[in-house]
Design a protein around this ligand. Structure first.
Ligand code: COA
Length: 155
């Protein structure tokens, strides 16, 4: 493989897979950063909603790195994992991989971001996160990847 950025997709299932279309790109065929940010926000919200057991709102984009360009026709995979939880907040790391020139199996990590979501109630006010034990009683799979909530560090 000649591309020094070539890598493999991470283990496990992505939260989201999507292919940008011509309407998502500038005249040079590079996909707009804002379009990528919107997809990252959606992908990151999926594990946050699961952990919150309900609605969330994005409160912060803590970091966002566009490391490589994205092109029309790339197949993008979004991997999102909870990395920290607080009283009402959930911080999620999102990594985006592009499969381009798919017949040559070229995969490139294009974007990495960290976002924080807040669990909200029906009045859009912050809501205490449910204890993990409650979630696990409802859905044993909810424990996967949640780590140590006492330290707030989730592996
Ligand atoms: C989300 C919202 C309800 C939170 O209300 P708020 O009164 O600002 O919340 P608080 O100050 O009590 O903070 C709530 C949590 O967010 C965290 N937080 C606040 N500012 C933060 C920041 N800049 N970065 C990371 N986390 C932050 C707090 O630490 C707290 O976490 P914790 O409870 O786990 O300790 C409110 O800010 C809001 O409605 N924002 C607009 C959301 C929006 O429209 N997003 C875009 C579309 S989804």
């Amino acid at each position: 493989m000649t591309n020094k950025h070539h890598t493999n997709l991470p283990e496990g299932m992505p939260q989201l897979r999507v292919m940008p279309m011509p309407a998502d790109a500038n005249v040079h065929g590079d996909v707009f950063g804002g379009w990528i940010m919107a997809q990252v926000d959606i992908a990151g919200a999926l594990p946050a909603v699961r952990r919150a057991n309900g609605r969330v709102a994005t409160i912060a984009v803590n970091s966002f790195l566009f490391k490589q360009p994205v092109f029309v026709g790339d197949l993008l995979s979004f991997y999102a994992n909870v990395v920290k939880v607080g009283n009402t907040s959930i911080t999620v790391n999102v990594e985006v991989y592009a499969e381009r020139n798919r017949l040559q199996a070229e995969t490139v990590k294009v974007t990495e971001a960290t976002l924080t979501y807040v669990a909200t109630d029906e009045d859009r006010k912050p809501r205490q996160l449910p204890p993990l034990s409650v979630l696990c009683a409802e859905d044993p799979a909810a424990d996967a990847g949640q780590g140590d909530e006492k330290t707030g560090i989730v592996l």
